[in-house]
Design a protein around this ligand. Structure first.
Ligand code: ATP
Ligand code: HSE
Length: 321
């Protein structure tokens, strides 16, 4: 149940009195998600999402996130639109947490994506990259290569309680990627967390992208690598090249990858796998007392990392020659 901060009905009513969105008819915490506290708010005019930002979202980053959603929605991307209060304010504070209201998107996430869903996602990701190309604000990716060693140090030797030898394996991979991380690739706004739970489908067509709270400025191909990790592996840890081919073809139909991006893809995929291994490892080792949210399995990403370590060229992911 990803509600870390609860909201009393009276407090919500007081908060909503500052908005022209009708009167409250119902609201409830949303179980999905592990980073923030989300509530479905229904009023006499429609449905909205109230998000209370938790530990990994810094207040100073919120203007970037809400500004980006406004920018992408204005360019036709189906994403949540921040709702302004009567005062014009987008950002607020509810139950002591920074908060914002956004529009509710129809559609459902798919738990077991097919190759068709991967193709749709690839197209949507490329459209996101193109729509974000003229977004004025920049945000450094705190979870790219320079952010991984501090995460590893936060886990420390306890990593080996999760799996024997994990600490040594991560230290070795970290050294390789810090020494060989790609430079000078096409950069821009990336989503950076576009997992199946953050994409909505209606009748198997991509209908929306949510959860822009890791969005930042980084290599566009790194976002592709994150999606290959999140969408193209089966539950048993095997890479599904049919899904990879579909995702990459969908992406390239909208935005072709450069030769430099293709050459860098295996390293970017290793880095993406290490990033999610590390954030999951830190969460796994730091479950708050009485938490109702079960952290995600870091070892899922150790398996993916090991796959990428054996990949020699982008075509191994299903990329057209
Ligand atoms: N704009 C929206 N429209 C419809 N549903 C939404 C919207 N935003 C969030 N949700 C619902 O709330 C859930 C959690 O949202 P979100 O993924 O942003 O939370 P989170 O804590 O950042 O999760 P995580 O980072 O683990 O994906 C989503 O899976 C979805 O069910
Ligand atoms: N999508 C992330 C959790 C939210 O950042 C993961 O699966 O590890």
């Amino acid at each position: 149940m990803a509600v870390y901060t609860d909201v009393a009905p009276a407090e919500l009513e007081a908060f909503l009195s500052g908005y022209d969105i009708g009167s409250l008819t119902s609201f409830h915490g949303i179980a999905e998600g592990v980073e923030n506290s989300n509530f479905l708010v229904q009023t006499t005019t429609g449905s909205f999402i109230l998000t209370l930002y938790e530990k990994r979202v810094k207040r100073e980053d919120l203007p970037f996130f809400v500004g980006l959603m406004q920018h992408l929605a204005a360019r036709g991307l189906s994403c949540p639109e921040p709702v302004a209060a009567r005062s014009g304010a987008i950002l607020a504070e509810v139950a002591g947490r920074p908060a914002a209201m956004v529009t509710f998107l129809p559609g459902v996430s798919v738990r077991r994506p097919t190759a068709h869903h991967c193709a749709e996602l690839g197209r949507g990701l490329a459209q996101l990259h193109l729509a974000g190309a003229d977004f004025a604000l920049k945000r450094t990716n705190a979870l790219s290569v320079t952010g991984w060693r501090p995460l590893f140090e936060a886990a420390g030797a306890a990593a080996d309680t999760v799996a024997p030898g994990l600490s040594e394996a991560v230290a070795a991979e970290l050294a390789v990627l810090e020494a060989n991380w790609p430079q000078d690739l096409p950069s821009g706004v990336i989503h950076a967390d576009l997992f199946p739970d953050n994409a909505f489908f209606l009748d198997d067509q991509l209908s929306g992208i949510i959860d822009f709270y890791f969005a930042c400025t980084d290599f566009l191909a790194y976002d592709v690598a994150i999606c290959l990790n999140a969408w193209c592996f089966e539950a048993d840890g095997a890479y599904n090249v049919t899904k990879g081919r579909a995702l990459l073809a969908g992406y390239e139909a909208v935005r072709p990858l450069s030769e430099a991006e293709k050459a860098a893809l295996p390293r970017l995929a290793r880095g993406a796998a290490l990033r999610f291994l590390l954030t999951r490892l830190v969460d796994w080792l730091n479950v708050p007392e009485g938490a109702l949210v079960r952290p995600k399995d870091p070892l899922e990403y150790l398996k993916k990392l090991r796959f990428h370590q054996a990949v020699e060229r982008a075509q191994d992911y299903g990329l057209a020659a």
